[in-house]
Design a protein around this ligand. Structure first.
Ligand code: NCD
Length: 308
């Protein structure tokens, strides 16, 4: 199976075999990092890292992954300093940058924007988050984390909590885990921030049991608890955000009521949805999850550039 030249835009079109292959290469990259600080696998490659929306983990872990594979990068880390601010289309930016580099990593606010860029160029485009759409590299690092923390990917009850409407990470996660036959998805959110109907419909078509609730106590009975931030920047009406923020706050006292083997994940950044008193628990996996992002992104970069 070759990933050379492929775009990674969503998790919807990845097969179980392809995901397992990505997990295998990610494990090799983790091993590589243990034994060798920097490799020269991509020493002749240059990647563009275009971040037109705020980011800490995704951008810095991509930059780290690029450097650890010996490649070079050019970066836009602020939309105001790029020609997007002058009104340039994503397709034109992509066609220009294609002449400079071997691969494009992009985060921008428009759903489908990464695909628009991918359609305009022949080099691989990796979607680092397209507005409230998808965030496939996050979901793949989430799977790698679940595999490491739980020793398996499938047949588990996975609860997603928080902003399931605007949260792109949970959209991608639902699709990425689907081929591994989750025992159940528990979607826990205030009504107006529930998982979009089209995604729930797709999961039902795949035969996955889905439960909607607004009670976090139900989510705590799962095997994996995936907390998310209410996506303030996606609300048109600030008053609506104000009325929803703080909807769910996980703390140690609440966890007492839950499954003792619950693995707690979060794509980060957190605002207040996980109290810091949870951080020291052995099953609080979110910082380990963030660290796994480097290995996963090393794997994807090497794969799409034909070196894995
Ligand atoms: C997430 C994102 O940008 O969608 N962060 C990340 O990439 N780790 C989640 C969020 O911003 O809430």
């Amino acid at each position: 199976m070759s990933f050379e030249g492929r775009d990674i835009l969503t998790t919807e079109d990845l097969s179980k075999e392809e995901i397992l292959e990505i997990m295998n290469v990610t494990a090799k990259m983790e091993e590589l990092c243990r034994t060798q600080h920097v490799s020269d696998l991509l020493a002749d490659k240059v990647a563009a890292v275009l971040f037109l929306e705020p980011s800490t983990r995704t951008r810095l872990s991509f930059e780290t992954a690029i450097k650890r594979l010996g490649a070079k990068s050019i970066t836009v880390a602020d939309a105001k300093t790029s020609s997007a601010a002058k009104g340039e289309s994503l397709a034109d930016t992509a066609r220009t940058v294609e002449g400079y580099v071997d691969c494009i990593v992009v985060r921008q606010p428009v759903i489908g924007g990464a695909k628009e860029m991918a359609d305009a160029v022949s080099i691989p485009v990796l979607n680092g988050g397209d507005g409230a759409g998808q965030h496939p590299t996050q979901a793949l690092l989430d799977l790698y984390t679940i595999q490491k923390e739980k020793g398996k990917l499938g047949k588990q009850k996975v609860a997603m909590v928080g902003d399931l409407k605007f949260g792109r990470t949970v959209h991608s996660l639902a699709y990425a885990l689907a081929p591994f036959e989750p025992a159940e998805y528990v979607f826990c959110a205030p009504d107006i921030l529930q998982m979009p109907d089209d995604i729930i419909g797709d999961m039902a078509d795949k035969g996955i049991a889905c439960r909607k609730t607004d009670a976090i106590e139900e989510a705590l009975q799962a095997d994996v608890l995936y907390m998310t931030r209410i996506q303030k920047e996606r609300f048109q009406d600030p008053a609506e955000y104000e009325s929803l923020k703080g909807s769910y706050i996980l703390n140690r006292a609440l966890l007492e009521k839950g499954n003792k083997d619950l693995t707690i994940m979060h794509p980060l950044p957190r605002v207040d949805e996980i109290n810091t008193d949870v951080d020291a628990l052995p099953n609080a996996a979110y910082f380990r999850q963030a660290h796994n992002g480097v290995f996963l992104r090393m794997a994807l970069l090497a794969m799409v550039m034909g070196r894995a």
